[in-house]
Design a protein around this ligand. Sequence first.
Ligand code: ADP
Ligand code: MG
Length: 482
Amino acid sequence: MSNPKSNLWESVIGLEIHVQLATQSKIFSSSPSKFGVEQNTQASIIDLGLPGVLPVINKKAIEMAVKFGCSINAEITEKAIFARKNYFYPDLPKGYQISQLDNPIVGKGSVMIDFEGDEKEIGITRAHLEEDAGKSIHDKYKSFTAIDLNRAGTPLLEIVSEPDLRSSKEAVSYLKKIHSIVTFLGISDGDMSQGSLRCDANVSIRKKGEEKFGNRTEIKNINSFKFVEKAIEYEIKRQTKVVESGEEIIQETRLYDSNKNETRSMRSKEHANDYRYFPEPDLIPLKISSEYIQSVKEKLPELPEQKIKRFCSNYLINEYESKILNSSKEMSVFFETIAKSVKDVKTAAKWIVGDFLAILNKNNKNISESNISSEDLIDLFKNLEENKISNPAAKKILEVLWNQDLTVQEIIKKENLEQISNEDELLKIIMKIIEENPKQHNQYKSGKDKLFGFFVGQVMKETKGSADPKVVNEILRKELNQ
Ligand code: ADP
Ligand code: MG
């Protein structure tokens, strides 16, 4: 697609994020909510809404929603109301979804996002509890669509943002922020590849300086950070082209096709009144007391922002490193396990943020898929601290740790990487080298300082690079001047 005169236009984006809550059981029944079990074995008569059944709200799901509300400084409603949202779809055979319309459990709040070195506040309109539908599987059979109802009744928290985002990159930054909040809170595993976190992106454009919003389209069910960026990017370009050719944007629901990297029209936009919402007759309004909210607040775990600050002050690392080390819950646990077992945490942090993450990135893996464990790194850093290995040797060990199933000790032995820092041993070698090179020694003494490097080189050659350079320097300085 040709590049439109994009500097004329401003994009406006709001996200609706669906977070699957990590409860043991469904939101209104006691059936388990595991991922990946045999199809159609995990939906009970309640999840399927058979006649005569009664839903019972899962207390854990409420607690998780309140936790989220507290962590974004939102108002928590005193009286949450559930509503039926009526529509039929093959993966929703009961014909309605229990959701919330008025009086959602979490009201207005906000989060700060990092953007181009600055911070920006993004408003959150609401977050409500609802049940998930089943899943349509289109690629299992050639001429049928299969339905798996296991997911029916899985608790979701839908988090709706204000239209405060102004670019695809801001949208990704916001989505990452929500991902990190819910995973640090432990209310979701956040696994986007399994659908635990997915979002709808609402996109419109307007002339720069214009106050009124343009017509928006809604791109459904995006399940990766990369696709959010690409889908929005595509949609902004498409809309700009439409508007510049003098046509209007049709308010509609679109689908993002990641194979073709384009959005396609699915259906015209539905409105709240299309769903004939009414209060769920089988569930009474849920009262949430201020004492309850207080008790949840007191139990809130440390959030990413607090962790970033604490790492800086506890471990004397800089903010950049701290942010990277808190970029995910796994990363932060990984780092703290190491921080608790080594002496020089600052150096350990530099190695993790630098060489270790470089290996992960090079192999396109995230921390939970790392071939190198925190125990491996603790071993490595201890060897460095005790001067048993040099920095280049540590780099080499990292490479081997990634590629082979060996321990740090085994690699040091196998590759002969043990560093000689024993002074007596090094002194012997140095004396021998000085004796063997009387000419250079004399030149050095008569002022040719550059020859110092020559002697360091000789020692390194003699020890096959395993001499501790600090100790070598010290001894050489002394002995060469004799
Ligand atoms: P609906 O429930 O019909 O999808 P909402 O009013 O709840 O509509 O809005 C859903 C999302 O759309 C919110 O995240 C909101 O910020 C966003 N949004 C609303 N208007 C616009 C607009 N003109 N451009 C972009 N996003 C918008
Ligand atoms: Mg919507």
